[in-house]
Design a protein around this ligand. Sequence first.
Ligand SMILES: [Zn+2]
Length: 339
Amino acid sequence: MSHMQIGPIEILFGENGSRAPYSTSLLLKGREADAMIDCGGGQRVFDYVKRERNIADIILTHYHLDHRWGAGLFPDANIWINPLDAAKLADQAELFRAAGYYAMFDHKQAERIWDEEQRYEAQKLAKDREADSKAYLQQPPVTADRTYPYDQEVEIVGTRAVMLHTPGHVEGFCCPYFPDYGVMLVGDFDLSSFGPWYFGADSHIDSFVASARRTLEVDAATYVTSHHKGVVSRVEYRKGLEVYLAIIDRREEQIRQAVRRGVSPEQMVYQSLLFRQEHVQNIPLLTFYEKLGIAKHLERLLAHGEPFHDYYQCFLRAHAMRAEFLAYSGRAVDYTGHG
Ligand SMILES: [Zn+2]
């Protein structure tokens, strides 16, 4: 387990280079109690935190499982999440709607794909860490006790922070920024070579790009990604982000060319446009994400004036996708008054 300290902020890397479903957490040291931001480092990380810290608050950047699968192991901590994602912890149907499952599945099928997703993720945990698979597959349900506001100064165990609203990966996503230390957790702007992940109904590609640029508008010197890269300087982050965002244009150009070449809507999902073809063929979960991602790109091409209306309709028909469930916008809830 490795970590790094900047002021009261301890950056705690997850197992396996924080490759999903592991993720990096921040620990904030307070006078009486401590706080943790995101909780997906793995059992050894959870044990370390339990042993060495007194965690009063766990603050989640968004609802995705790889950022919260250890949170249920801290039953005494208050769980905080952003106002848009709180409902997805409280209500599984809301989570399925946000994830886009209902674009292709009914509720029963969605439950199956949800189980499959957890088993698939659990397989990617470090091979020699059985405790992690167990913790991942048997995680107690986590609901939010509190919500934090976006874009306002808050105090987390005595440290000033702003939870910058950066929708796109999911609509509720945010990046915690610590102005006194110039540190920002940019989470799933992870600079990975795979590229940006925006394959949920609550994802939005243009928002993803705009939000990524927003992370450079504040005066941070140190950027921390949840996966892969880890801790990078502002200069490295700026450069890495350009390369990372360019992957979106490359994917889209490939889709545009495939449509122009006359690739059928059925065959479109087997062109290694997002995920590798053999994975799309063998892993139903990835077939689903490939379809959803291509539909999102086709919508974006349409919005940008490309004449792909008929192709888009054929694509949806060919894959029995319901357009009304491809986009999602949740209601914000406010638990700040409570307690
Ligand atoms: Zn995520």
